[in-house]
Write a protein that binds this ligand. Structure first.
Ligand code: ADP
Ligand code: GLC
Length: 489
């Protein structure tokens, strides 16, 4: 199959969260399965560091954005040395420090930037003369491309292209005031409740939800959750209407990057048969956070975007109890001011127990995965979550709230049957979180039991193989849609 995979971030070129991990690995696996897959993303500042072979294709994609004509230049590089990546270069929009904004907030022209990106995805097919059968879009930053594709019916070879939109996080929708409508180049007839209007604003994700041929999200549970008011962020009605076209496919893990037996960021490597290297990682981690090196004290790790989604208000609430339990906690993250200051306060009040690092640091993220005994993810919602799956491979036991992908991947440890791979709680409350941590700590102190739990965790396999096959099936469904459309013309 010919597949064009579009995303606003792709590891290693640019990353703010899990979308980049997925976009950096799924296309490579699809390529290995024999498909002609290519990726398209914006050319942000600094991508050259990871795309050393960048070459100008000569293709240009002029797009009218309001009063200006933005001319994209398509550069080609390679992902994992194998998958062609088209970088859309338009420096006024993308040659900036951040991807979507700075610490002060989102860039004020994000509507223009990603309307431009969405249009360019389609225009690139024409200018590169690459006509995919499947256009795989991800999140709001390129969702509008699905609507443009529909509006191109009968134009050139667009009829044979069918689109899939994957929702990685419904909490981010690309909402802009209605004055931005002319930037889209679409008529006002699209600005209706059945169209892309959403409580008086433009909603770019919704454009994709109503237009893409098929929809998916990144776990089965999240696919059900987003059709409810509690998790639907106002779009549950739209999603319910499309329930038959919506499915959940769990993300996979790229074990070439996340494996303690072969991880360049660790002071010592280790595997399921010999965990001595893990102890060395714990020692190093405690030192890096300036905490006392006490090997028999449970150490909980956390690597996360610091946003309301991730449940840090619960962590702040149970901070004193964790200290009383004599557990240590290290957090690496960056994000919202309120979440940051809560965590920094906690570390100031309990310097012997808590270490906080406000930063984005890939190497330290790997060290936490390896050096901690437990990995905490008390998310309010979690479409898939990758870190709990990484943790399992590192023998670091997840403590999670049973929502979205966390519920689909973590099975509570049962002392009697000695089955399960982590600890799980459901109600979003500090008490429930605390009781899960208590259960975890009590197992931790029973060494043979804990050793069994670690073995269970390390035996879990979340490699991409199965999920990539599920995507193949979905693409095959799409091919039928594309073919049908061609016939009906
Ligand atoms: P989300 O996409 O919602 O942020 P995921 O669990 O899917 O959550 O993916 C998060 C990814 O981003 C993981 O690879 C994680 O290690 C990484 N990450 C998040 N914050 C940081 C940070 N401060 N430093 C390094 N890596 C981070
Ligand atoms: C999102 C979600 C996260 C998911 C990631 C990749 O950012 O918050 O749960 O793992 O996308 O799909």
């Amino acid at each position: 199959m010919k597949i064009l995979f579009a995303a606003s971030e792709v590891f290693p070129f640019a990353k703010t969260g899990g979308l980049a991990d997925v976009a950096g690995s799924l296309p490579v696996v699809l390529k290995e399965l024999g498909h002609d897959v290519r990726v398209v993303m914006p050319k942000y500042r600094g991508v050259e560091r990871f795309a050393t072979d960048l070459a100008d294709t000569g293709a240009r994609t002029p797009v009218r954005i309001g009063d200006e004509i933005a001319v994209g230049a398509l550069f080609e590089g390679r992902l994992a040395g194998r998958v062609p990546v088209y970088f859309v270069r338009y420096d006024p929009y993308f040659d900036r420090d951040g991807l979507y904004g700075t610490a002060q907030g989102d860039y004020p022209d994000n509507a223009s930037r990603f309307i431009f990106f969405s249009r360019t995805i389609l225009d690139a097919m024409q200018s590169l003369d690459f006509w995919p059968e499947v256009l795989h879009l991800n999140d709001w930053q390129c969702a509008l491309a699905a609507l443009y594709l529909k509006s191109y019916t009968g134009v050139s070879r667009y009829d044979q292209v069918a689109s899939l939109l994957t929702i990685h996080n419904l909490g981010y929708q690309g909402l802009f005031w209605h004055y931005d409508m002319p930037l889209t180049g679409l008529g006002w007839e699209y600005f209706t409740p059945e169209g892309i209007e959403f409580y008086g604003k433009i909603n770019l994700l919704k454009a994709g939800l109503i237009s893409a041929d098929l929809l998916s999200t990144v776990s089965r549970k999240y696919a059900r959750e987003i059709q409810t008011e509690e998790y639907g962020f106002g779009l549950d009605g739209v999603l319910k209407k499309r329930a038959r076209d919506l499915c959940g496919i769990l993300n996979g893990v790229d074990y070439t990057l996340w494996d303690p037996a072969d991880d360049p960021f660790l002071p010592e490597r280790y595997g399921p048969d010999d965990l001595t290297g893990k102890a060395a990682c714990k020692r190093e981690l405690l030192k890096r956070f300036g905490l006392e090196v006490r090997m028999r004290r449970p150490l909980i790790g956390c690597v996360s975007r610091l946003t309301a989604q991730k449940g840090f208000d619960l962590v702040a609430a149970v901070g004193p109890d964790l200290a009383r339990l004599d557990a240590a906690l290290v957090v690496l993250g960056d994000g919202e001011e309120k979440v940051r200051s809560d965590l920094v306060d906690l570390a100031k009040r309990y310097p012997k127990h808590f270490g906080i690092r406000i930063a984005y640091d890939d190497g330290l993220a790997h060290l936490i995965e390896a050096g901690a005994d437990f990995f905490l993810m008390p998310s309010r919602y979690e479409p898939c979550g990758l870190n709990q799956m990484y943790s399992l491979k590192y023998g670091t036991i997840p403590i999670v709230r049973g929502t979205g992908g966390l519920d689909d991947t973590i099975v509570s440890f049962n002392r009697k049957t000695r089955t399960g791979n982590g600890f799980k709680f459901f109600s979003y409350s500090p008490q429930r979180l605390l009781s899960a941590v208590r259960r975890a700590v009590s197992v931790y102190h029973e060494r043979p039991l804990f050793a069994r739990l670690i073995r269970n965790a390390m035996a879990c396999d979340f490699s991409w193989t199965r999920s990539a096959q599920d995507y193949e099936k979905l693409y095959t469904r799409l091919l039928r849609k594309g073919a049908k459309r061609k016939q009906t013309r």
